[in-house]
Design a protein around this ligand. Structure first.
Ligand code: AMP
Ligand code: GLY
Length: 428
């Protein structure tokens, strides 16, 4: 029997999920924007508000979904997994309470402390802006300022990196976040590991490094992520295999402490001279990181989903031993003042040897248009990071990214080497 799967979400991450499922399942999808890549792979595509649980459940029931997969965190926070589970549709994605590991950064840190999950930085949570500002004045060292709730990756301000202490205090006073977490600034190299989790087990995927800053050389404001790379091995060039496994141990400690978690658990780590620290956890695939991971997964994603649902052991994962480089094209002005409504002239054929993933674009009768978020990504898959980067750049030349902005430095030998040198210097 072919399984009918509903995919929730319409970004690049969800296009990657759709590709991983389309050959094996009857796929249906819903999202706020009509993503042409997902629509092409699906039997049906509905435009709806994915943070309204009854709308998603109603579509899932209409199409006879046996299973659902949720991409975006906002849907998890809105309780879409709870509503689908209640309707008898097994959903690969945590319920609202478990998703707090991502959606509430204060909860996340207290959880780590209480459950003795390794790698928790020094932190305090504040409801009062003035008390937070006083803490900044009195703290011996730099701090990261984090709104407790979801901000699409754009809410954090790191003192000594992006802002001064005075600017951080002004940010806290001028914003109306009801809770702020202040935590020690971690110094090192960041990496992501994503795990499939169900029935108390986890299956991990290769490490990926995302690039959050908007402009080349890591300048400018934080974004949802401008692009990312992974290597042919599980670890990245600036880290050891033991360090990779150390981070996996952190994820395992979370799974052991969170009874009944199902879905993807995403760990964002900082490799520091004091070991591996946790920058954050997410309750879903990363975007862009899903586009690095799913194309090299040889195991059928559907087999993971059905094993999760049926209470069976999750299959062991097999990966192509290849490197990947993902680069996003984003609207001019993104993330502070993005220009929506520009026509995007791309198609899958023109991407050459690279994979093309549509993201937050909207397909209308007369073409594909940008929204205020990231537009499309190209992913090169090859034997080395350098070769994968060449494939991705070649695709950008062919597709043209006029009116859009790309961080061309991602995955280039120079930048990859700088990360290695940075970590070597810190270790000295
Ligand atoms: P988040 O929204 O938690 O992913 O944070 C966005 C970015 O802020 C991270 O990718 C890091 O680059 C940076 N960041 C967050 N927390 C810290 C920290 N404690 N120390 C240094 N940088 C941090
Ligand atoms: N790439 C970061 C995220 O998905 O949150």
């Amino acid at each position: 029997m072919t399984e009918t799967v509903l995919l929730v979400g319409g970004g690049g991450r969800e296009h990657a999920i759709a590709r991983a499922l389309a050959d094996d399942a009857d796929l249906y999808a819903c999202a706020g924007n009509r993503n042409p890549g997902i629509a092409e792979l699906s039997e049906g595509f509905e435009t709806l508000d994915t943070t309204t649980p009854p709308a998603v459940v109603s579509y899932a029931e209409d199409v006879g979904a046996d299973l659902a997969v949720i991409g975006p965190e906002a849907a998890l926070e809105a309780g879409v997994a709870d509503a689908l589970d209640d309707a008898g549709i097994y959903t690969f994605g945590p319920q609202e309470a478990e998703a707090r590991i991502e959606t509430d950064k204060g909860f996340q840190r207290r959880f780590m402390e209480k459950e003795e999950v390794p790698g928790c930085p020094d932190f305090e949570e504040f409801r009062d802006a003035e008390a937070a500002c006083e803490y900044i004045d009195d703290y011996d060292g730099d701090l990261a300022v984090k709104p407790a709730g979801l901000t699409g990756g754009k809410g954090v301000r790191v003192i000594g990196d992006q802002v001064t202490a005075e600017e951080a205090k002004a940010y806290i006073r001028d914003s109306d976040y009801d809770r702020i977490v202040l935590e020690e600034r971690l110094i090192g190299e960041e990496f992501t590991i994503q795990a499939f989790v169900a029935n108390g087990e986890l299956r991990v995927t290769p490490a990926v490094q995302d690039h959050k800053r908007a402009y080349e050389d890591d300048e400018g404001p934080n974004t949802g992520g401008m692009g990312s790379y992974s290597d042919a091995s599980l670890e990245l060039p600036f880290m050891t295999e033991d360090e990779y496994h150390g981070a996996v141990d952190v994820l395992r400690a979370v799974v052991d402490a969170l009874d009944g978690y199902k879905g993807v658990l995403y760990g964002q780590f900082m490799l520091t001279t004091e070991g591996i620290k946790v920058v954050e956890f997410n309750a879903r695939f990363g975007d862009p990181e899903a586009m690095n991971t799913l194309p090299v997964l040889n195991t059928d994603f559907l087999d993971v989903l059905t094993a999760a649902r049926d209470g069976e052991k999750l299959p062991k994962l097999a990966f192509q031993r290849q490197a990947t480089v993902c680069k996003y094209a984003v609207p001019d002005g993104y993330p502070t003042d993005p220009e929506a409504g520009a026509r995007v002239q791309i198609d899958t054929e023109s991407a050459g040897d690279a994979l093309l993933f549509y993201a937050s674009v909207d397909e209308r009768d007369d073409g594909i248009y940008t929204t205020t978020s990231r537009s499309f990504a190209v992913v090169g898959v090859a034997d080395s990071i350098t070769e994968a980067e060449d494939v991705a750049e070649d695709a950008l030349q062919r597709t043209g990214s006029e009116g859009l902005r790309v961080r061309h430095d991602i995955g280039k030998p120079d930048l990859v080497q700088r990360r290695i040198d940075h970590m070597a210097e810190l270790r000295d």
